[in-house]
Design a binder for this molecule. Structure first.
Ligand code: IPM
Ligand code: MN
Length: 360
């Protein structure tokens, strides 16, 4: 198979972890006889520094021309502490999602036996956790209008806006996934307070009844869901939720796996798919060869599976990551006593990808 992958390393640890993901993609290409070409483009603070725009037109075109996009991270502390900055790196990420029509962000959460002690949660709670969050990505409070400041600057406002159409199109993907998994969708919202959440419930109930009567639907308020996710995470199969609730819940969910450095994600929608670790740019670690490359590597596995249909290749990467974890070949976030560098862990997983035997 011959494919073109747009690579957007971005800021902070983005370039380091993306480089390891490419190492692993090359190992896949070598082992399975594929050809991957990479087109690199700028995004985030790196792009602001280079041309004043966090998501330049050329970057958008590179993504649109590619068969899939591999993305690192966005964010730079020099903007976080400047509330008056007119251009912010995160705008690049939000515009990228919007312009590429990536309305559905898929974040799988699975626990690793070998990492039970790395999680602050009890082993019996996190054992065999396996759920996936479908987070709406181009609507809600992140994009709703009106937003901004009152004229005298003494008040600020954001709007949580959702349309039936936006809810239905992600519900379709979530229910499809649930029907192929354990057959349960949990819709997480705040319908006891928010009108937009009541529209979610109404729309999802109607959609489920019409198209997926065999899938069990559960409705849960976000505050309760935040608690249940820590108390009884095995109860979840597919979690369907809006943009901000999904953002918050998935950071929380990463605690189950033992590290934020292990969670990949896929963003899909109208055309090209984009794959990114859920962690941010982690600027304190940038350039130190200490960041965990696993989330980026597992994002590359999701890319192969979701955009190219290469399931065996994706499984091979996943088992190489698992093997590295089991052998204690991990970065500092997972074992602060005995750890390896970003590129050493990447080498190990790439080597494992070339040699691991996989049953699919
Ligand atoms: C994420 C990130 C982004 C988000 C930020 C960097 C804008 O936290 O991808 O989860 O909130 O979506
Ligand atoms: Mn987030």
């Amino acid at each position: 198979m011959k494919k073109n992958i747009a690579v957007l390393p971005g800021d902070g640890i983005g370039p380091e972890v993306t480089a390891e993901a490419i190492k692993v993609l090359n190992a896949v290409a070598h082992r399975f006889g594929h050809q991957f070409e990479y087109s690199e483009a700028q995004v985030g603070a790196a792009a602001i520094d280079a041309c004043g725009n966090p998501f330049p037109k050329e970057t958008q075109q590179t993504c649109e021309r590619a068969d899939a996009v591999l993305f690192g991270a966005i964010g730079d502390p020099k903007y976080d502490n400047d509330p008056n900055a007119k251009v912010r790196p995160e705008q690049g990420l939000l515009r990228m999602r919007k312009e590429l029509g990536l309305f559905c962000n898929i974040r799988p959460v699975k626990s690793y036996r070998a990492l039970e002690s790395a999680s602050p949660l009890k082993a019996e709670i996190i054992r065999d956790v396996d759920f996936v969050v479908f987070r709406e990505l181009t609507g809600g409070i992140y994009f709703g209008q009106p937003r901004g400041r009152s004229e005298d600057g003494s008040a600020a406002f954001d709007s949580m806006v959702y349309t039936k159409q936006e809810i239905t199109r992600i519900a379709r993907l979530a229910f499809e996934a649930a029907s192929l998994r354990r057959g349960k969708v949990t819709l997480v919202d705040k319908a006891n307070v928010l009108a937009s959440s009541r529209l979610w419930r109404e729309t999802v109930r109607e959609f489920a009844g019409q198209h997926y009567p065999e899938v069990k639907v559960e409705y849960m308020f976000i505050d309760n869901a935040a608690m249940q996710m820590i108390q009884n995470p095995r109860a979840f199969d597919v979690v369907l939720t809006g943009n901000m609730f999904g953002d918050i819940l998935t950071d929380e969910a990463s605690v189950i796996t033992g590290s934020l450095g292990l969670l990949p994600s896929a963003s899909v929608g109208n055309s090209v798919g984009l794959y990114e670790p859920i962690h941010g740019s982690y600027p304190q670690a940038a350039g130190k060869n200490i960041a965990n490359p696993s989330a980026a590597i597992l994002s590359a596995a999701m890319l192969l599976e979701t955009s190219f249909g290469l399931t065996e290749e994706a499984e091979t990467i996943r088992s190489a990551v698992e093997q590295a974890v089991e052998e204690g070949f991990v970065t500092k976030d997972i074992n602060a006593e005995k750890y390896y560098g970003t590129s050493e862990v990447g080498d190990r997983i790439a080597k494992g990808t070339e040699s691991a035997s996989v049953l699919v």
